[in-house]
Design a protein around this ligand. Structure first.
Ligand code: ATP
Ligand code: MG
Length: 339
């Protein structure tokens, strides 16, 4: 909802490492583009309460109130007991589906043209259940948890996304030949739901086969929506990023029943943090996904076009990860100039 000044309030989690630099860039560009958004900063430095990683109450309140947040990368705290903070956030707000589009940037040439994929990653369980134990020294067991409710939620979301984007085709990526019960359940749930979506084509593919075909000719996945369990989605989305120029370019949205949190696919990049080298494009494009979610489509298009124009304008205006020589701040200025 809009505030008295006619602006929307959105929670901003700057994050760690390059998070500070890239969220600064987003804020500068939004100001210049006159996007009707006021940022509410939230600190999510983790607290360990009764042995459980928790997010500070004011941050939870802010996100629950605003319903939409933009988030920089969070480093997983080192030290015993701490769970991944990203995972904690996803659990706190039940962000069950992670939507990761991957689209070629016309001004930036890679061996692949015309990539336009959408990958939906199950976001709450699978290999990320965190259930691991030592059976005897030298023997460990790690549990991959797959449940019907979580599978149903993410697959349903994939069907709906396929309809709303006009793709009308859901591809379930799995390894049910080996993970007979777990991936088997995921596949079974998809088959059950199919009758509710008679106008959407449903197909299935083995993860290894998808990997092979995706690097051979990614555009064969353009007119569908891929959906898969958590870890497969993690790996396949980095692979997809690689097809179009790397982690500095790919956005994502974590979708829940009520709350949505938009973030770049990449991590905190500690190797380049604080050096003015970070590429803010992934967070910027994530913010544009957020704007579309808020039905501020014109603002989203305006910013996206400025980003593409800047990247296409030559290596002097691109960051180092895109074979350029630009600093984060020079790139930001150029995007503003191109608005
Ligand atoms: P984390 O543990 O937070 O996930 P990581 O060590 O996995 O961090 P990533 O942040 O995932 O590292 O990044 C992997 C590589 O990609 C690093 O070399 C990093 O510098 C680079 N990279 C990631 N994001 C960006 C970006 N926005 N701009 C430039 N380089 C980036
Ligand atoms: Mg990483």
């Amino acid at each position: 909802t809009k505030n008295a000044k006619g602006n929307y309030t959105v929670t901003m989690i700057e994050g760690d490492g390059i998070g500070v630099e890239i969220s600064e860039a987003v804020k500068d560009i939004y100001k210049a583009a006159k996007v009707p958004i006021e940022w509410e900063a939230a600190d999510v430095r983790p607290l360990l309460i009764n042995g459980k990683t928790t997010i500070p109450e004011p941050a939870v309140k802010s996100i629950n109130k605003n319903l939409v947040a933009l988030k920089g990368p969070l480093a997983t705290p080192v030290g015993k007991g701490h769970q991944s903070l990203n995972l904690t956030l996803r659990r706190t707000f039940n962000l069950f589906a992670n939507v990761r589009p991957c689209k070629s940037i016309v001004g930036y040439k890679t061996p692949y043209d015309n990539v336009d994929t959408v990958l939906i990653r199950e976001n709450t369980e699978g290999e990320y259940s965190g259930i691991e134990h030592v059976i005897v020294p030298g023997v460990v067991q790690s549990i991959k948890l797959i449940t019907r409710p979580a599978s149903e939620k993410v697959i349903r979301y994939a069907f709906q996304h396929a309809i709303s984007t006009g793709r009308n085709h859901v591809l379930v990526v799995h390894k049910a030949s080996i993970m007979k019960l777990s991936d088997g359940l995921f596949v079974e749930v998809a088959k059950e739901l199919a009758s509710e979506y008679p106008n959407v084509k449903l197909s299935f593919e083995n993860l290894d086969n998808t990997s092979l075909k995706l690097v051979q000719n990614p555009s064969q996945y353009n007119n569908l929506v891929m959906v898969m369990p958590n870890l497969y989605g993690d790996i396949m989305s980095d692979l997809s990023s690689g097809l179009i120029g790397g982690l500095g370019l790919t956005p994502s949205g974590n979708m829940g029943d009520k709350v949505s949190i938009f973030e770049a696919v990449h991590g905190s990049a500690p190797d380049i943090a604080g050096k003015g080298l970070a590429n803010p494009t992934a967070l910027l494009l994530s913010s544009c996904m957020m704007l579309r979610h808020m039905e501020l489509n014109d603002h989203a298009s305006k910013i996206e076009e400025a980003v593409y124009k800047t990247i296409a304008s030559g290596p002097e205006n691109r960051t180092k990860d895109l074979k350029g020589s630009s600093s984060t701040s020079h790139y930001t200025e150029q995007v503003i100039k191109n608005l």
